[in-house]
Write a protein that binds this ligand. Structure first.
Ligand SMILES: [Zn+2]
Ligand SMILES: [Zn+2]
Length: 344
């Protein structure tokens, strides 16, 4: 099968990999849509491979946002059939430990645990073999591209909003309008919250507006604190999340949350340099670290999107065939648009 593998140093190549057949309790999926996640850039594409010499660079098909159609079922698979449209929960586990049984497969630490795109072949290929237990049916009114977005990015945003218990009573500040931030805007506005989107890139703020942000603030051009104070009439936001992973952006978010507010850290890396007394303790702030999501959360998200006719594919701003995946990555790494879609 044809697939693309990220080699680091901004290189990604398409090559042939041996075909795989599904084993016991596994299925083979024909990939119909795969999207690029920020972590494909940060943890692979932009990495100097000599800094991680033990990693088997080039041995696995990359990508961890797969969506497609079941083409073959292995022995023992009873709940899925050939032709079913599915989103793949991208982390495989043992299926037996407490974490796997709770749906938080990503916390499984058995030998079998690993992510599609790293330890297992991933989404940027013609086919993918995974556990039947990792497949969540894609509702009819959602596209394959919608499903791919949910496999990591949009699911991560959904989980963060769940942690914040976001509702229509909230004013929400989201900092960092990459695909996860944009997903949060789409979902938070659909949940009825008043949404303030913050970024440095005009194109991304424009997208945030289209996806439902009530206010957009370019923190490079505008004084963020006075802008937030003015839109919230001095009350600041009841909750917020940082999706950028930047130390300054986290500080920006925390400063603009009101007393008894809630904050989620979603964007990875770097440090936190908040002034603890004014920004956390004396505000009675609740803070959450939010990392990926459970397979139940993915199921709930797909049901929610289907019922409300919401489509994360609206944030896709470029699509490429697998043969042009180098261009797809160059586009995604420019960090000026929304989500980038790869079609095998
Ligand atoms: Zn497990
Ligand atoms: Zn991801």
């Amino acid at each position: 099968m044809k697939g693309a593998t990220i080699l680091g140093n901004k290189r990604v190549v398409v090559r042939d990999f041996p075909d795989e057949r599904p084993g016991v309790n596994e299925v083979k999926i024909g990939i119909r849509a795969a999207t690029i996640c920020g972590s494909d850039l940060r943890h692979s594409y932009l990495v100097d491979p000599s800094s991680e010499p033990d990693r088997p660079w080039g041995e696995r098909i990359s990508g961890h946002e797969p969506c497609g159609v079941i083409e073959e079922v292995g022995e023992g698979v009873t709940e899925l059939s050939v032709g079913d449209r599915v989103v793949v929960y991208h982390i495989r586990g043992c299926g037996q430990c407490e974490w796997c049984r709770s749906g938080w497969i990503l916390h499984c630490n058995s030998k079998k645990a690993g992510s599609h795109g790293l330890e297992y072949h991933g989404a940027f290929g013609e086919y993918l073999v995974t556990d039947a237990a990792n497949c969540v049916p894609l509702p009819d009114n959602l596209s394959f591209a919608d499903g791919a977005c949910c496999a990591c990015g949009t699911g991560t945003a959904w989980q963060a909003l769940s942690r914040l218990r976001l509702s229509g009573d909230d004013s929400f500040i989201g900092v960092g309008m990459g695909p996860v931030g944009l997903s949060a805007v789409l979902l938070a506005s659909a949940l009825g919250a008043r949404v303030i989107a913050v970024d440095l890139v005009p194109e991304r703020l424009e997208l945030a507006k289209e996806l439902g942000a009530h206010e957009t603030i370019n923190s490079l051009e505008t004084d963020l604190d006075s802008a937030v104070s003015s839109v919230t009439r001095g009350k600041l936001c009841s909750c917020g999340a940082d999706f950028s992973g930047s130390t300054k952006a986290r500080d920006d978010m925390l400063r603009n949350i009101a007393s008894w507010g809630r904050a989620a850290l979603v964007g990875e890396g770097n440090t936190l340099t908040a002034e603890v007394s004014p920004q956390i303790i004396r505000k009675q702030l609740s803070m959450y670290g939010s990392w990926v999501f459970s397979i139940q959360a993915l199921t709930n998200l797909l049901a929610y999107l289907s019922e409300r006719d919401l489509h994360p594919e609206r944030m896709i701003t470029a699509e490429y065939p697998l043969d042009r995946i180098e261009d797809a990555f160059e586009n995604a790494a420019s960090q000026r648009g929304g989500k980038v879609l790869v079609l095998p």
